[in-house]
Ligand binder design. Structure first.
Ligand code: PLP
Length: 434
């Protein structure tokens, strides 16, 4: 049954007069999948409700943060209680120490951590610290990885940049872009070659240890180990951008899962419990180079904001109490979902392959395997758009782009997963008609 979108449509038309493209972050516009955004009224657990009263079983989870589901009662209570005491002080609070301690206890490579307000800030600041600490200018990243929209990192990026199919952005000076080398993900030889040529000028290699912004792409065995050893050889810092994977794949993130120790780690999304929050941290000797302990400057009016910190403590605290069984359960549900949807695609002769690590997955409309951005780009994005529209109509909220992750949260039940597989089966049957 076609859902009414009347109110969303009229709000989108209104928004476009006031906000560029009608949205405050590009991918939300849904242009890549041939749709228009639903304006959301409220959400609870695994479900979103839009302004037209339609309900959607949500697999976006605000792009990753909501691992406990929407409007988690403990997070809501913590934010409300903190708000009663004031929304911002611009001065330190005890709660910041509590959150910092939770983060450094869980993330193996972190001795110290600095709280910021977004993943973009976390990655940008980690790169500045790497440059400041090494006295070098060059940065190596991987094509299709996204580390936020700072100038140095918006080169051959994933996420919205991949969705819009643009190589970079006007406004990033060529002089800055030329300091960033972008290499193919999962290609240790390319890394070795680049490091043989530039190694003693490279401040850091920054990587999503499990890529989530070209769709989900796991590291090939040995890839992360290779990055670690090549960094050690050249005195280059290894930065893991765990903005998605931190507290998503395990309490210790991807670094705990793959047992690699980066020099610096970027966090975001989950650690703010759905409020604006990011963090970067690492070895004490590096972190003590940050102002005011050291000379590398980084600051923020709302950094360590009391509401975001309260939400973060409530979310991370719950994850710690739930422990690894919670992560095993998320993985199990995601495995059932991915296997069921994959089987349904095969049954209807739809070309597709899935990548999954823990509770993050992507169904690529490509024969696969997908090991890097070049492989991901072979996907039939029109087919993804068709699938997206059919699933939306059936009441499921997926990312409006082929090059993003689907997230299973603690709020998804086995019944939700079964419903999703059944709806995907019907969608593929429709797509198979051509
Ligand atoms: N790093 C990664 C791996 C991300 O996925 C994102 C956002 O999706 C960012 C950094 C930027 O975070 P934010 O959107 O909070 O600025």
């Amino acid at each position: 049954m076609e859902k009414s979108q009347e109110k969303s449509r009229s709000l989108f038309a209104e928004a476009k007069k006031l906000i560029p493209g009608g949205v405050n972050s590009p991918v939300r516009a849904c242009a890549a999948v041939g749709g228009e955004p639903r304006f959301i009224l409220s959400a609870r657990g695994a479900y979103l409700t839009d302004v037209d009263g339609n309900q959607y079983l949500d697999y976006v989870g605000s792009w990753g943060p909501l691992i406990l589901g929407h409007a988690d009662p403990a997070v809501i209570a913590a934010v409300a209680e903190a708000a009663e005491r004031g929304t911002s002080f611009g001065a330190p609070t005890e709660a910041e120490i509590v959150l910092a301690r939770l983060l450094v206890t869980c993330v193996p490579s972190m001795d110290m951590v600095r709280l910021v307000s977004s993943g973009t800030e976390a990655a940008m600041s980690a790169v500045r610290l790497a440059r400041g600490a090494t006295g070098r200018d060059l940065v190596i990243k991987f094509t299709g990885c996204y580390h936020g929209h700072s100038d140095s990192l918006l080169v051959e990026a994933g996420s919205g940049v991949a969705t819009l199919g643009i190589p970079g952005s006007p406004g990033v000076p060529q002089a800055i872009a030329s300091l960033t080398l972008s290499l193919p993900y999962n290609d240790p030889e390319a890394v070795s070659r680049a490091m043989e040529t530039y190694g003693d000028r490279v401040a850091c290699i920054i990587v999503e240890p499990v890529a989530g912004n070209m769709g989900v792409v796991p590291p090939e065995p040995g890839f992360l180990e290779h990055l670690r050893s090549v960094c050690d050889r050249f005195g280059t810092l290894l930065v893991f951008d765990e903005v998605i994977t931190g507290f998503r794949l395990s309490l210790g993130g991807a670094q705990a899962l793959y047992k690699i120790t980066p020099d610096l780690t970027c966090l975001g999304k989950i650690i703010g419990g759905g409020l604006p929050m990011g963090a970067y941290g690492g070895r004490r000797d590096l972190m003590e180079k940050i102002a005011p302990a050291g000379p590398v400057y980084q600051a923020g009016t709302l950094s360590g904001n009391p509401l975001a910190v309260a939400a973060g403590i409530a979310a991370v605290g719950q994850l710690i109490r739930n422990g690894e069984p919670f992560y095993r359960e998320l993985s199990r549900k995601a495995e059932v979902l991915v296997a069921g949807v994959g089987k349904a695609a095969e049954k209807h002769g739809i070309t597709a392959c899935a990548n999954r690590v823990g509770s993050m997955s992507t169904l690529f409309f490509a024969p696969g395997p997908v090991k890097n951005y070049t492989d991901a780009k072979t996907s039939d994005t029109k087919a993804y758009g068709h699938y997206f529209r059919l699933m939306t109509r059936a009441g499921f909220n997926f990312a409006p782009s082929q090059f993003e992750a689907l997230f299973v949260s603690g709020a998804h039940t086995d019944d939700d997963i079964e419903k999703t597989i059944a709806a995907a089966d019907r969608a593929f049957a429709e797509m198979a008609k051509g």
